[in-house]
Design a protein around this ligand. Structure first.
Ligand SMILES: Cc1cc2nc3c(=O)[nH]c(=O)nc-3n(C[C@H](O)[C@H](O)[C@H](O)COP(=O)(O)OP(=O)(O)OC[C@H]3O[C@@H](n4cnc5c(N)ncnc54)[C@H](O)[C@@H]3O)c2cc1C
Length: 362
């Protein structure tokens, strides 16, 4: 495998560096400020021609090979710019399961960042066991009426639309009774309650309560009962390499930590450097497989687990280097704990690897 840039990739990288030189420092990279200005950052990237690189042209993407997303992630990290807003999994969910009308109506705004989105899957009683969710969608003429409680809904407070998973058939077995909808968030039947995270951030995610909220029946994504298949598409893509632009960020944090070192660096930092490089090469390998047309299924769980281990190792290095006295390092350490939960916990990834890759269990 030759991981060096092709002439076209090198030209793209140069153009991006020039663009970033003026803008990278202008946007906050962490904390509440980052989340407040994330929409602006998304739109700036898109307007510059640097967002939606590998998505179809008909929806406003640039139809480039996914390696361009990796170049983008690397350069954003090097420049100290905020990361690429992560919504590829929603694009994949709507793109694969939505009919032509929904795709045409919603994908361009989602990709350009002119309309903000959230993902309403988890509930207080349904996280790992997502199929047990109880939010109800009951047909009423041309609409469905929604009642239920979602939690850990990232960006819910700024979202215009929610990709919601709800139960449309209470008599069908668990996952067969679920359907997905594109729900308008600005309506009287929806209440937002922000959640404060342990790193102090208050506007990353919240709880969303549906009390008689309404959604047009035409906003169902796919057919009744297709919700589970959509959810699997979404979480599968949340875990795969295109969404693992994180490796570049971990590399930057390791370099920043190394630059702060006085005397002998702690062993944790050396291990973090090794794991970060391992993840970088792993992402590259996955991408070259994808360029060869290999479709990844449950292997996404391996990727997610490797990513979590790496982020948590880097977090431990930050801790070993005095994170308790430094708000930025402490934030990096605390956020690394969340990585083992979002998009399916590490235990759930191990279950999937055991059952679907190793063929263990019944
Ligand atoms: C930063 C962040 C962002 C998120 N964003 C969103 C979002 O935008 N939209 C959304 O819908 N959700 C979101 N989530 C929620 C996330 O998907 C859930 O938190 C996750 O699926 C776990 O569910 P839970 O919190 O209910 O934990 P539980 O499912 O209650 O799990 C509790 C513990 O039990 C373990 N466990 C549960 N079942 C098993 C099993 N079968 N085998 C072994 N161990 C098991 C888990 O691993 C975990 O350690 C987000 C979470 C985080 C941390």
């Amino acid at each position: 495998m030759d991981f060096r840039d092709s002439p076209e990739e090198a030209a793209f990288r140069r153009r991006l560096r020039i663009w970033l030189a003026d803008r990278a420092g202008a946007f906050p990279t962490s904390g509440d400020d980052y989340w407040t200005r994330q929409g602006e950052w998304h739109q700036a990237l898109y307007a510059g021609g640097f967002f939606g690189l590998s998505w179809p042209r008909e929806y406003g993407g640039r139809a480039l090979p996914p390696v361009y997303d990796v170049i983008l992630d690397e350069e954003l990290a090097i420049a100290g710019a905020p990361p690429r807003p992560s919504l590829g999994y929603l694009v994949q969910g709507l793109g694969r399961h939505g009919g032509p009308e929904l795709r045409r109506r919603f994908l361009p705004g989602m990709i350009a960042g002119t309309e903000r989105w959230c993902q309403g899957f988890s509930e207080p009683g349904a996280g790992s066991d997502l199929a047990s969710l109880t939010t109800a969608a009951v047909r009423d003429g041309d609409e469905y009426v929604l009642d239920g409680h979602k939690v850990w809904t990232s960006y819910s407070d700024v979202a215009d639309w929610c990709l919601l998973l709800a139960r449309t058939d209470p008599d069908a077995p668990r996952h067969k009774g679920l359907s997905a909808f594109v729900v308008p968030m600005d309506q009287p039947g929806i209440e937002q309650r922000p959640l404060r995270m342990m790193n102090g951030v208050t506007n990353e995610f919240g709880q969303v309560l549906f009390d008689g909220a309404r959604v047009p029946a035409s906003h169902m994504v796919g057919v009744p009962g297709e919700g589970w298949a959509l959810a699997m598409t979404v979480v599968g893509h949340e875990r795969e390499p295109a969404e693992l632009g994180y490796s570049a960020r971990y590399g930057k944090l390791v370099r920043d930590l190394a630059a702060r070192t006085r005397g002998t660096p702690p062993a944790e930092l050396a291990w973090a450097a090794v794991e970060t490089e391992m993840l970088r090469l792993h992402v590259r390998r996955r991408l070259s497989e994808r360029l060869d047309g290999v479709e990844h299924g449950p292997q996404g769980s391996l990727d997610k687990l490797l990513m979590t281990w790496t982020e948590q190792t880097v977090g431990h290095a930050a801790l070993a280097m005095g994170a308790t006295h430094d708000a930025e390092l402490l934030g990096a350490y605390l956020y690394s704990r969340a990585q083992g939960v979002m998009g399916g916990t590490s235990q759930i990834q191990k279950n999937i690897i055991a059952a679907r890759i190793l063929g263990l269990g019944a």
